[in-house]
Design a protein around this ligand. Structure first.
Ligand code: MG
Length: 184
């Protein structure tokens, strides 16, 4: 790494529900498994596991441990374009707490290779805790990850975090682009 690159601002971005639209795939899967929709209203302000009937909770979470489940999750709208643009000015790292679902690790690796080909695998951070991250910014939908982050945390809007008020919020990748336009 040359001297210029070393001094560039670093941005860590989360995978699920920030770069990858994991919720969309989970809602499709829920409909396929149970024949009913889980509406946006039902999941507002809560995790999917807390929005489903108790007897379905375990199976709904178990999907995430199926080989292949994390391989074809849709990419979040505009994430590719904005990240590619940001990567010309900033050092981008994709940080995911992958230990929650260790089976997904290789799927996530392949997903990143396919959807974010402009990043090398040196930019992937598969971690147990995001507490260890040392970046200038972290974009994440999980307030808990932002709480323990030492840099500037940015909350990416997701169905479960809409009542969170403690962090700077971005609603989509266009707003991420606008935010970093102001960062020099
Ligand atoms: Mg996430």
């Amino acid at each position: 790494m040359d001297r210029d690159r070393k001094s560039r601002i670093t941005i860590a971005v989360d995978l699920d529900e920030v770069t990858a639209d994991t919720v969309s795939k989970r809602l499709v899967r829920y409909r396929a498994d149970y024949g009913v929709e889980l509406s946006q209203e039902e999941i507002r302000g809560k995790q999917i596991r807390d929005a489903v009937p108790l007897e379905r909770k375990e199976a709904v979470e178990a999907c995430l441990d199926e080989p292949g489940f994390s391989r074809d999750i849709p990419v979040m709208p505009d994430a590719q374009r904005v990240l590619q643009s940001l990567s010309t000015r900033f050092d981008i790292f994709v940080a995911t707490s992958a230990m929650d679902h260790p089976v997904s690790l290789y799927d996530r690796y392949l997903w990143l290779q396919e959807y974010l080909p402009f990043l090398t695998d040196r930019s992937y951070v598969f971690c147990g805790s995001k507490r260890i991250l040392k970046a200038d910014f972290l974009i994440d939908d999980n307030p808990r990850n932002l709480e323990m982050f030492s840099g500037t945390g940015i909350l990416f809007t997701a169905h479960h975090n809409i009542y969170e008020r403690r962090f700077t919020r971005v609603n989509d990748w266009e707003e991420v682009a606008a935010y970093f336009e102001r960062v020099r």
